[in-house]
Design a protein around this ligand. Structure first.
Ligand code: NAD
Length: 374
């Protein structure tokens, strides 16, 4: 038996944002609270959403101070503002950070607890307020997942929180919102999505349903991400990467991520490396280390993405995959941790703690080759 959690209402494609009022009406929602970030607030996107809502008779209040890798303080500030008004749903507008904040705020609005009380191994089943996710990056897939990630800024821990309660009720997946992404953000967020697809494909929890999503997502993202990086206005590329990120989100939400994400979260929390970038730094080397755990799966991924010849042996295809991932990192300019300026002495000191935090999230246990802390 395969148990799945999927977004119930989806609007996918260019211009989907204009359908927001209709989606709210269909769901019987009347009083949205928006959670977004300063870029969306100053760059015109929030104003556009306000216009669309007001024209349809909706009033709108917005929290605009979400920080990247949202913290407990950020969640508490948004929650206090929500409680100051009368709202029946929460809209997350932006990248993964505003959407994850919206998910946590929506749950806390209905449950007397804290983000740290909700981290894995806790599983949150009982929903909070309905969430409408409107992604503006093509990466996290948060609009499609039963996951939120909140950083405890005191302990520098990126807390993984999971359960059906975090599944957005409505996902508005409009690639036109990603046309403004600069190259670095496009590359990092797109590699986050590629990592979701590859990790869902090789995960010990993969199912035939998630396999289909993971494979189509990795093909789309592998082909179109370099085009989106080089030609930011290329609509075909933006649409493909956005759809790939959404498919990869559904895949990993139901199959889990694995070792790359397990290790990436502590790096993000302690060194504030953007999430997609730390995934990109890890992906080729973790893939090389993991190959022996699922040689056929990695080989098939390489063949499906066109990185290896159809007739290549599993060993040759696996090696081609690792080389392809290394080459892609060079093409899209992914720095090594050292080139990125990470403090090497601090890194060495924190390694045992980061290993412990990676394992505690549960993600590495789903890797085809399961690591020890060592
Ligand atoms: P983000 O939301 O942190 O945004 C990064 C920056 O990009 C911000 O400054 C933002 O304003 C800017 N930005 C967003 N959209 C833009 C656009 N269209 N044009 C120009 N700039 C834009 O980045 P992210 O990578 O989308 O999200 C990362 C967060 O998501 C991390 O905290 C990560 O842990 C989390 N995450 C969550 C899930 C999940 O399933 N819930 C999955 C993966 C990652």
């Amino acid at each position: 038996m395969t148990a799945l959690v999927l977004p119930p209402f989806v609007r996918l494609g260019g211009g989907a944002l204009n359908d927001l009022p209709e989606a709210l009406q269909q769901a019987g929602l009347k009083a949205p609270f928006i959670i977004t970030d300063p870029f969306m607030a100053s760059g015109g996107v929030l104003e556009r959403v306000r216009g669309i809502l007001e024209q349809a008779g909706y009033a709108m209040r917005a929290f605009t101070e979400t920080v990247p890798d949202p913290t407990v303080a950020c969640v508490n500030a948004a929650l206090a503002m929500l409680r100051d008004g009368q709202h029946d749903c929460v809209i997350g507008l932006g990248g993964g950070s505003p959407i994850d904040t919206a998910k946590m705020v929506a749950v806390l609005a209905r449950h007397d607890t804290t983000p740290s009380g909700l981290k894995v191994p806790h599983i949150q089943n009982t929903p909070g307020l309905p969430v409408i996710a409107i992604p503006t990056t093509a990466g996290t897939g948060s609009e499609a997942t039963r996951v939120t990630v909140i950083t405890d800024e005191v302990s520098d821990e990126k807390m993984l929180c999971m359960g059906p309660a975090y599944q957005p009720h409505i996902a508005i997946v409009d690639y036109e919102l990603t046309l403004t992404m600069p190259r670095r953000l496009t590359a990092d967020t797109g590699t986050d999505a590629l990592t979701h697809a590859l990790e869902a494909w090789v995960s010990k929890k993969a199912s035939p349903f998630t396999d289909a999503l993971a494979l189509t997502a990795m093909q789309r993202i592998w082909r179109w991400l370099p085009v989106a990086c080089e030609e930011p206005g290329n609509r075909e590329a933006r649409a493909a990467v956005m759809q790939g990120a959404f498919e990869a989100g559904m895949a990993f939400s139901n199959a889990s991520v694995a070792l790359v994400h397990g290790m990436s979260r502590p790096i993000g929390a302690h060194f504030h490396v953007p999430h997609g970038l730390s995934n990109a730094m890890l992906l080729p080397e973790i893939t090389a280390w993991s190959l022996s755990g699922a040689p056929e799966r990695y080989a098939m991924a390489a063949r499906m993405m066109g990185i290896a010849e159809a007739g290549a042996s599993d060993d040759a295809a696996g090696e081609a995959l690792v080389e392809g991932l290394r080459r892609r990192n060079r093409e899209i300019g992914v720095p090594t941790p050292k080139e990125h300026g990470l403090d090497v002495a601090r890194w060495d000191n924190l390694l045992p703690l980061m290993a412990e935090q990676a394992l505690a999230s549960g993600s590495p246990a789903n890797n085809p080759r399961v690591p020890t802390a060592q």
